[in-house]
Write a protein that binds this ligand. Structure first.
Ligand SMILES: *Cc1c(COP(=O)(O)O)cnc(C)c1O
Length: 359
């Protein structure tokens, strides 16, 4: 116990952390996680209640994403979800030299998917708004394309790709459309502006959505959902105990219980409030920075801001010296306004930024 307390003391919390897509889990999630810390979904017959929790969580996530009858499972995060979606597209196709087409802005997990599955990854260029260029995608697609990826909330800028147009290309070419909404899945449905990015768009076959990011569940919780049961079934393998569709064998049931608990506790209303506050602070931050001539690369769509700034490396070091955790991505200072950030923190950050850009 003594040692655990020591470890807790040296590990930082999320105060002044503007670089992470994770946050403090909701207390309801923490409670459920602790209560089920011993459970293993690698052996669902031993823990049928947790297996039922997972099915309920998938139904809620499906409802959030435009298909309450979607199927899938709770993964370890967006990386596993993306790898498994590519694997499902490969297992359901008969192509001998398969390729997938992803936006240049795609997460590196698609390169891991390539290493594991042997598919070729083709990167499509972006348009002037940093969304994938659909014409570039069409040029890269051929008869061996098994999967097209669209991103609903890019990691660097929070841009939403034109999912309906990508779905059209996927349908015409008999390819999978996988939507990577690892971050955006718990943001986009709760924004005032409506976007077409989910299963309501015909042609969307699978979606990655991470409860351990804006869903405020515990780590590790990702979600992978499929519209067609057959796509999910393609992932299943027989084990000594049962049938398993996950990438890992032994897997914790604790974060599954945590995910269901926070989903049911917050509900659509609760998440809308969380997202509304994050967006209010995002807009406040953009307005305050504009006062001293600092502007974002794009007007934020979600709670991610990338500021264009001179002498970026030097500035980043100075901010870090003051305890701020920020990231430098694509030549911009990128911050994510997660639920652990409050107005005081934003105003302190703005004050430091204002002072340091002048140095
Ligand atoms: C965070 C993120 C991932 C990876 O998710 P992990 O949970 O870190 O594995 C994949 N895609 C996007 C768009 C992300 O933002």
């Amino acid at each position: 116990m003594h040692q655990a307390n020591e470890l807790k003391r040296v590990n930082r919390g999320y105060e002044r952390v503007l670089s992470s897509m994770c946050t403090y889990p909701h207390p309801v999630a923490v409670r459920a996680h602790i209560d089920h810390i011993h459970t293993n979904l690698g052996d669902p017959n031993l823990f049928p209640e947790i297996a039922a929790f997972e099915r309920r969580a998938i139904i809620i996530l499906g409802g959030l994403l435009g298909a309450a009858d979607a199927v899938g499972y709770i993964t370890s995060g967006g990386t596993e979800s993306n790898i498994q979606a590519v694997r499902a597209s490969k297992l359901t196709s008969s192509t001998r030299k398969p390729n997938i087409v992803v936006p240049k802005s795609a997460h590196q997990s698609f390169n891991k998917a390539r290493d594991f599955t042997g598919v070729e990854v083709r990167q499509a260029s972006l348009d002037t708004r940093y969304a994938v260029d659909v014409t570039a995608v069409e040029e890269l697609v051929d008869e061996d394309t098994i999967c097209i990826v669209g991103i609903a909330g890019t990691t660097a800028l929070g841009v939403i790709d034109p999912i309906p147009a990508l779905a059209q290309v996927a349908l015409e070419n008999d390819a999978f459309l996988h939507v990577d909404a690892a971050f955006g899945g718990f943001v986009i449905p709760f924004l005032e502006k409506k976007y077409h990015f989910d299963f309501a768009v015909e042609g969307v076959r699978s979606i990655a959505i991470d409860p351990h990011k804006m869903g405020m569940s515990t780590i590790p919780s990702g979600g992978l959902l499929f519209k067609r049961p057959g796509d999910f079934d393609a992932l299943s393998t027989n084990t000594f105990y049962s049938v398993e569709s996950s990438m890992t064998g032994t897997r914790g049931g604790a974060s599954v219980a945590a995910t269901l608990a926070v989903l049911e506790h917050l509900g659509v209303h609760g998440y809308r409030n969380v997202v509304r506050e994050c967006m209010r602070l995002t807009n406040l931050c953009v307005e305050e920075a504009a006062e001293f001539g600092v502007y974002p690369v794009i007007s934020p769509v979600m709670n991610i801001i990338a500021f264009k700034l001179p002498r970026l490396q030097q500035l980043a070091l100075r901010l870090t010296a003051r305890g701020w955790r920020i990231s430098v991505m694509e030549g911009a200072l990128r911050i994510v306004i997660m639920p652990h950030i409050n107005e005081t923190t934003i105003l302190e950050f703005i004050s430091d930024l204002k002072e340091l850009v002048k140095v």
